[in-house]
Ligand binder design. Structure first.
Ligand SMILES: *Cc1c(COP(=O)(O)O)cnc(C)c1O
Ligand SMILES: [Zn+2]
Length: 387
């Protein structure tokens, strides 16, 4: 195990590894996991990956979990990076790709975060896990908790897509539907967790979901022959995947696998809930809560993100941007991607397409540049939105 310590992303305070943690005990911001990368890089080499398992645990040395028997897996990660020529041609792009995360267990990339978080919770002795969710995080936590033999408590807005509610019930979770948004659900978990003995696995309020999601960055590099694309377009709610990839690029550079160049990181949000876009445009580092958040893209209905500054820092440092698209645009994009490439995307993933179009129109993407869109989930979970 190569973890040296956990470090607060805001104030830098060190926290001990191999103990259950939520936020920084000093300033209440997210903790990031730090590794001895020199040691990790002795056995984890580009060459060594050739014969390894075809899931995200192939990057074992830079993932948490001390003992292999605590790894709780359903075969997540190592999803295809699909070259989408027909769609690219419509846009005038020669190198367009979609990373298809709908092919994960529980049909979304939340599986990556939850395999890591639940494995660590199991290793560190948690028995009961709780999470507020806009949908897919709940399904993933329910599945991985069942797989680990742990009990889980899910809090979701009453109008969460029905598929997410049913999948949680069918994998044995305790489900509570609440009036309000994911932030209200999070407050409920916060109020009750101590008395109930729950470990809170909210996005970025525990340090390991981001470790699972960072494997997106490792996979992208490996699948592109140890190069990075020019532009990454990512549908952003809490921002775990984007922050995770940014961290992965840093780790890979420290291990000597890639150079200092980085893709331009682009956040896409729904016009009805775009706190990061607004803060980015106003030149701020912290985002205010977005009032009356509303969008059919449930995973993007996150009015306040505790990792806001980490998202915005990555956008600025990379020369990227933040773009809002309407629900009409993202629903239309689902059909356009589906008809062109045979992928029935989640509305969140589809939102990348209108964002890309706006960038092309503004001259922000050149025809030969390599662009990767993230389809973060499966359209079949949102049938109510397409009727
Ligand atoms: C959760 C979710 C997102 C947003 O992911 P974050 O890491 O919270 O930014 C995007 N798409 C889908 C399908 C999701 O479930
Ligand atoms: Zn701190």
């Amino acid at each position: 195990m190569n973890i040296t310590h956990l470090e607060c992303a805001a104030c830098g305070l060190k926290h001990e590894a191999q103990r259950l943690h939520n936020l920084c005990r000093e300033c209440g911001k997210p903790l990031l996991v730090r590794y001895d990368l020199e040691r990790a890089g002795r056995s984890l080499t580009k060459q060594s990956l050739g014969g390894r398992r075809a899931d995200m645990w192939r990057y074992r040395e830079v993932l948490p979990v001390e003992s292999d028997e605590n790894v709780v897996t359903l075969g997540e990660g190592w999803t295809p990076l699909l070259r989408t020529e027909r769609l690219g041609e419509k846009l005038g792009l020669r190198n367009l790709y979609i990373k298809d995360e709908s092919q994960n267990p529980t049909q979304s990339f939340k599986a990556r975060g939850m395999t890591a978080a639940v494995s660590m919770a199991k290793e560190l002795g948690a028995r009961k896990l709780a999470v507020p969710s806009a949908g897919n995080a709940a399904g993933a936590l329910a599945a991985y908790s069942a797989r680990a033999g742990l009990v889980c408590f899910i809090f979701m807005p009453r109008d969460t897509p029905i598929a997410n509610v049913v999948e949680c019930e069918q994998t044995g979770a305790h489900v509570t539907l609440m009036d309000g948004l994911i932030t209200d659900c999070g407050a409920e978990v916060g109020r009750r967790k101590e008395a109930e003995g729950w470990f809170d696995v909210s996005t970025l309020k525990e340090p390991y979901r981001i470790e699972g999601k960072k494997t997106l960055g490792y996979e992208l590099a490996e699948q592109l022959g140890w190069t990075l694309p020019d532009v990454i377009i990512y549908p952003t709610g809490g921002g775990t995947g984007l922050i995770g990839m940014w961290k992965a690029f840093d780790e890979m550079e420290k291990m000597g696998w890639i150079g200092p160049e980085r893709p331009r990181m682009v956040t896409v949000q729904a016009a009805g809930c775009a706190p990061i876009v607004r803060a980015f445009e106003e030149g701020k580092r912290f985002a205010e809560e977005f009032p009356n958040a509303a969008t059919v893209a449930a995973g993007l209905r996150v009015p306040r993100a505790i990792g806001d500054f980490l998202i915005i820092d990555a956008l600025r440092e990379s020369g990227g941007t933040a773009i809002a698209v309407t629900d009409e645009e993202l629903i239309a994009a689902t059909r356009e991607i589906g008809a062109a490439e045979g992928l029935f995307c989640a509305p969140e993933g589809a939102a990348c397409l209108p964002a890309l179009r706006k960038m092309i129109e503004a001259g922000q993407v050149k025809p030969e540049e390599r662009v990767v869109l993230f389809n973060t989930g499966a359209g079949v979970k949102y049938l109510d939105s397409f009727s």
